[in-house]
Design a binder for this molecule. Structure first.
Ligand code: ADP
Length: 255
């Protein structure tokens, strides 16, 4: 079992024979909440298994240290690299945007983590930025992709700081701009930050995206435009860390 205790979401995944995903669960409550325990219980129930049936439990993610009962606790970078490679064996550059950080990883042909860069100091360019903006717009983050798709123009956001950008969005709202164009500007702002991180790492195709923000097609499209290259997204992108943790556990018990 791989358990990714995130800042906003708890992800759990049960892997059989190192390959077959038997069950997974995603609870929108992260570290310090009941989310990790509920995600584990949900995944076990979906798989009709008990804790005693698991060969190993591996914890990763921002709150990995606080998860009780893990056999191994493994860094997010290692697990995201393993998980991204398991989801897409060809990916050479992986961009992971979660609730609290953004990472750019370079993988070798066998999925080995060769290089990485991370922004975990600033909310701009992370899922948190999108959550703050969605709240100002009285929307859910899950609504942003559809709004972006319907935009006919773009309202640029010039501030990079989340707090200043929030004020900017509020002043644009006061002017009565189209919300959809504003959402497009918000996505571009995240994409500009992320593209700069990826370029510093050195982008090599194929590029894959993981983490919760990969579920936002508007943010993915904005990043494709900034990088001038297509980005591959698995439907299981948000589970990449949990999958990588499970793969790690499988390798450990086999070795
Ligand atoms: P963490 O591991 O830090 O909890 P995740 O990788 O789970 O972070 O990503 C959380 C982010 O994913 C949120 O901040 C939000 O921006 C985005 N997100 C989560 N669910 C959705 C969704 N249904 N549609 C669009 N974006 C989403």
């Amino acid at each position: 079992m791989g358990m990714d205790v995130g800042s906003t979401t708890s992800k759990c995944l049960i892997l059989k024979n190192g390959k077959e995903i038997v069950a997974s669960a995603l609870v929108p409550a992260g570290t310090g909440t009941t989310g990790p325990r509920r995600a584990m219980e949900e995944a076990l129930e979906r798989a009709s298994l008990g804790r005693e049936d698991l060969g190993a439990v591996v914890a990763t993610g921002y709150g990995r240290g606080s998860f009780p009962g893990a056999d191994w606790v493994v860094s997010e970078l290692s697990c995201h690299a393993l998980g991204a490679h398991a989801l897409d064996g060809e990916a050479r550059t992986v961009i992971d945007i979660g609730g609290q950080d953004a990472k750019a990883l370079r993988l070798g042909p066998e999925g080995k983590l060769e290089r990485f860069l991370m922004n975990d100091k600033c909310a701009a360019g992370t899922g948190r930025f999108l959550e703050v903006m969605a709240r100002v717009l009285e929307k859910d983050v899950a609504d942003l992709a559809e709004m972006d798709a319907q935009a006919s123009g773009i309202v640029p956001i010039s501030s990079t700081c989340t707090v200043f950008a929030e004020s900017e969005v509020i002043s644009q709202l006061a002017k009565g701009v189209d919300l959809r164009d504003l959402v497009k500007g918000i996505h571009r702002s995240v994409a500009v930050r992320t593209a700069s991180l990826a370029r510093r790492l050195g982008v090599e195709a194929p590029i894959a995206m993981t983490g919760g923000v990969a579920r936002n097609a508007g943010a993915v499209r904005a990043l494709e435009r900034e990088l001038g290259a297509p980005i591959r997204v698995s439907p299981l992108a948000q589970l990449a860390g949990a999958l990588g943790a499970a793969v790690y556990g499988w390798r450990k018990i086999r070795s």
